[in-house]
Design a protein around this ligand. Structure first.
Ligand code: HEM
Length: 216
């Protein structure tokens, strides 16, 4: 299976149905106030799912580019489709996160606020970070998908921008979220997981790099 607009729309539709059913289960509205809170719950649930999927996708990418994978693990054939298709899931849940945010009248982010960094009247810097993560995700993902349209090797240089997507998205969640303190476990676990994966990949790459004495 390769990435297609149809796959993305299917995942977005299924995610939408699951989010609606789940929020209905968790908080069945017994008042107009609770009915209004449902969309806010959906926003945050979709945001957390995006963050978890993003951690998985980035970690898979780090395994693919790990020096030991090239020499010993040889997992690329197995893991590459997962890394590639995880992008569709990240974008679909991010789509659900953005749609529910725009529909949430209380937050007053609006469509322009969601798509233009700094244009949201609600929690401006925090939402701007989320929007930057969205554009960086689209840029790095689409250039990696359509490498043949670019000069040789350019996609990989662009793809390295991916390293900043997780910190930006993570910070966005912590700063924009209403329940950042309650969700400290998830933020801590996802942050530590990705930092450990990045450190291990670059630490081994540094060790493997020829030094003055090994060249001699
Ligand atoms: C990769 C990109 C993104 C990720 C991983 C992400 C993740 C999250 C998470 C986890 C939360 C919940 C925070 C909490 O309650 O502790 C959140 C909140 C929020 N996000 Fe995002 N987000 C992303 C992009 C965006 C974009 C593009 C927008 C623009 C509409 C946005 C708007 C918001 C808003 C307004 C909230 C606050 C909801 C509230 O009032 O509690 N996010 N995000």
């Amino acid at each position: 299976m390769r990435l297609r607009a149809g796959t993305f729309l299917a995942v977005l539709a299924v995610a939408g149905i699951v989010i609606l059913a789940a929020t209905q289960e968790v908080a069945p509205p017994v008042s107009a106030r609770q009915a209004a809170v449902q969309i806010w719950l959906a926003t945050r649930a979709a945001g957390f799912t995006t963050l978890v999927m993003l951690s998985i996708q980035i970690s898979l990418g780090l395994i693919l580019s790990h020096p030991t994978n090239k020499s010993t693990w040889k997992l690329s054939k197995l893991l590459f489709p997962w890394h590639e298709n995880a992008w569709v899931f990240v974008l679909a849940f991010l789509g659900a996160h953005i749609i529910t945010t725009v529909l949430d009248e209380w937050a007053d982010v609006g469509l322009l606020g969601a798509l233009i960094p700094g244009a949201s009247p609600y929690r401006t810097p925090a939402v701007a970070l989320g929007t930057l993560a969205l554009w960086a995700l689209l840029f790095t993902g689409l250039t990696a998908r359509y490498t043949k349209l670019l000069p040789a090797g350019l996609w990989l240089r662009i793809h390295r921008i991916s390293h900043v997507i997780f910190p930006i998205a993570w910070l966005h969640g912590v700063l924009a979220g209403t329940d950042s303190v309650a969700m400290v476990g998830l933020y801590g676990a996802s942050g530590l997981f990705v930092v450990a994966a990045v450190s291990y990949r670059y630490w081994v790459a540094r060790q493997a790099r020829p030094t003055f004495s090994t060249t001699l």
